[in-house]
Write a protein that binds this ligand. Sequence first.
Ligand code: RTP
Ligand code: MG
Length: 142
Amino acid sequence: MALERTLSIIKPDAVAKNAIGEIYARFEKAGLRIVAAKMKHLSRREAEGFYAVHRERPFFKPLVEFMISGPVMIQVLEGEGAIMKNRDLMGATDPKKAAPGTIRADFAQSIDANAVHGSDGADTAKAEIAYFFAETELCPRG
Ligand code: RTP
Ligand code: MG
């Protein structure tokens, strides 16, 4: 498996629940390394830009409202197969369908407030990392 990087966001609901540490522990126990991180209260423009691929979807407006409802914790995770590994740790988008033991099963309350974001492929990972971090802010640990 290749060494990859992926963008992860701990969304406002999980930050409000004080669950950053528990979620970070899951990343680290799965062998993912946090190579960059920042806490941020996204502006409307930042959230709309980040989720631009969904702009025509009916859930776009509530998604943006939710993402700007409080601070988020944004990190770059690095590791073997990091993109899929993080998606597996997160579980299904709808927490009702998320497998037991996944982050969304344990911390999310609804499909809208679903605790975490993770890039869904190599191209989106690259673009999403660049959306929030300059190359010089990454501390690769291989
Ligand atoms: P994310 O991008 O946040 O990691 O989540 P995902 O890949 O599992 O889901 P995606 O299809 O990319 O959708 C982005 C976010 O939009 C909200 N959503 N709501 N009401 C709905 O049918 C619906 N579908 C998606 C979710 O909060 C999802 O995380
Ligand atoms: Mg997605």
